[in-house]
Design a binder for this molecule. Structure first.
Ligand code: HEC
Ligand code: HEC
Length: 382
């Protein structure tokens, strides 16, 4: 894209106006994470080549909620990742925009900034920037449907709108406001790294408020350690995939052997027989909101999900060779329920953005009609 010096200056001015506006809005609702978990670094990590700014985060949020990111305009990221459910949905699997059946259960997005291995089965998917291409362009399964479509179709669609060119100029001044899959996925990733959930009752308990959780949840927390749940669901994000230094493949574990023709998990990528049925440990924040469970959504309740760990007769993993009593399962569930972060699921900074253009100088541009044709919360879906 060609850009004149004047326009660059204009973009800088816009960016600073927008920045002030956004800082005012966002800082008042930022998650409280003052007195942290011992030893945990609670500021979400950002790669040096995609630093966050308030305006880039806002652009990412609009993209996340924009149906224009799907080929026919009906499906946004938020269609499948709903804030009120911790950014997942209530289906076992969810079909793509054109009805292609989904293959795996949708994951929550809380604290994905820290995850070093993303998705149930892709140890090579190690950045959010890379992951975001999968729903937009992927074929296995088709989700948003831009795979195989003319190159640049999505970028052109955004360039043709009134607001996006201004937003991209404000968010990517060093790239002269380039609108491309590259900058689209960068902005989406910055927004997703802002999805921090660290203020559940259990966090408050960790920070010293001993009344924040029930006695049953405290027993569950103790069991979570003694039953070695915390060896895989490790650290403050409850997955070894967020533990620094852990190799991605080491965060995949087999709880069950897949039946013939069923999802082979890690084996699909590595082709190694010993990897059949291995999936990456999911994070457990807000897990009480994200039923159904497991990679295939086959576990309807938390109780089913916990018991599913202990069913394999010739289990090779010592940690999964135990039994759990009904009482222990009840206590573990009380603990998992204490990981629900109400502030996270109601934080307006993560919700459907206001209609109108956040960087628009004039009223016509800021109008709802010009800019929000497709911004949406999840429409009623299958
Ligand atoms: C049709 C539903 C659907 C849409 C639309 C969708 N996703 Fe997902 N998302 C899923 C499913 C299913 C998974 C789990 C897939 C897997 O792990 O193989 C997932 C996983 C993810 C993960 C990995 C989470 C983890 O714990 O590793 C991220 C991040 C994510 N999606 C972001 C996005 C973004 C960004 C968009 C929009 C560009 C988007 N998704 C659109 C269904 C969807
Ligand atoms: C050996 C590693 C390991 C241990 C130990 C372990 N888990 Fe898991 N957990 C996993 C993996 C891997 C999955 C996903 C498996 C799948 O989808 O097939 C999972 C899934 C879950 C889920 C479903 C989450 C979702 O979003 O679908 C819950 C809940 C859960 N585990 C709780 C526990 C509890 C409670 C314990 C201790 C009693 C425990 N886990 C012990 C690895 C482990």
């Amino acid at each position: 894209m060609r850009r004149s010096g004047n326009r660059a200056l204009f973009a800088t001015a816009l960016a600073s106006v927008a920045l002030t506006w956004l800082v005012a809005c966002v800082s008042s609702v930022a998650p409280q994470a003052s007195a942290p978990w011992p030893g945990a670094d609670l500021a979400p990590p950002h790669p040096s080549d995609n630093p966050p700014t308030p305006i880039k985060t806002e652009l990412g949020r609009r993209l996340f909620y924009d149906g224009d990111l799907s080929w026919d305009g009906t499906m946004s990221c938020a269609t499948c990742h709903e804030q009120k459910r911790g950014f997942t949905d209530p289906n076992k699997t969810r079909q793509g925009f054109d009805g292609t059946p989904g293959e795996r259960n949708i994951q929550t997005l809380a604290n994905v900034a820290w995850f070093r291995s993303l998705t149930w089965g892709g140890p090579h998917v190690d950045t959010l920037e890379h992951q975001a291409l999968i729903p937009i362009e992927g074929f296995v399964p088709v989700e948003m449907g831009f795979g195989g479509k003319p190159e640049g179709a999505l970028a052109q669609r955004l360039k043709d709108q009134a607001c996006y060119p201004q937003l991209f100029r404000a968010a990517f001044p060093e790239r002269q406001g380039e609108i491309s899959l590259d900058t689209i996925t960068m902005a989406l990733s910055v927004f997703q790294r802002s999805l921090v959930s660290l203020d559940s009752p259990y966090d408050r308990y960790q920070r010293g408020d001993l009344k924040a959780i029930s006695d049953q949840a405290k027993r569950g927390a103790a069991l979570f350690d003694s039953k070695q749940c915390a060896s895989c669901h490790a650290g403050p994000h409850f997955t070894d995939a967020a533990i620094p230094g852990r190799k991605p493949v080491e965060t995949f574990h087999r709880l069950a052997i897949p039946a013939d023709g069923k999802d082979a998990g890690l084996q699909r990528i590595t082709q190694k027989p010993e990897d059949a049925g291995k999936f990456r440990t999911p994070g457990l924040r807000n897990v009480a909101l994200s039923a159904p469970y497991m990679h295939d959504g086959e576990a309807a309740t938390l109780s089913d999900a916990i018991r599913h760990h202990f069913g394999l007769a010739d289990q090779a993993d010592e940690r999964l060779k135990q039994s759990v009593s009904d009482r222990e399962v009840g206590d573990l569930i009380a603990f998992l329920e204490a990981l629900t972060d109400q502030g996270f699921i109601t934080n307006p900074a993560f919700a459907l953005p206001n209609p109108g253009c956040p960087v628009a100088g004039d009223a016509a541009l800021a109008s709802e009609e010009a800019n929000s044709r497709r911004l949406r919360n999840s429409p009623a879906g299958p």
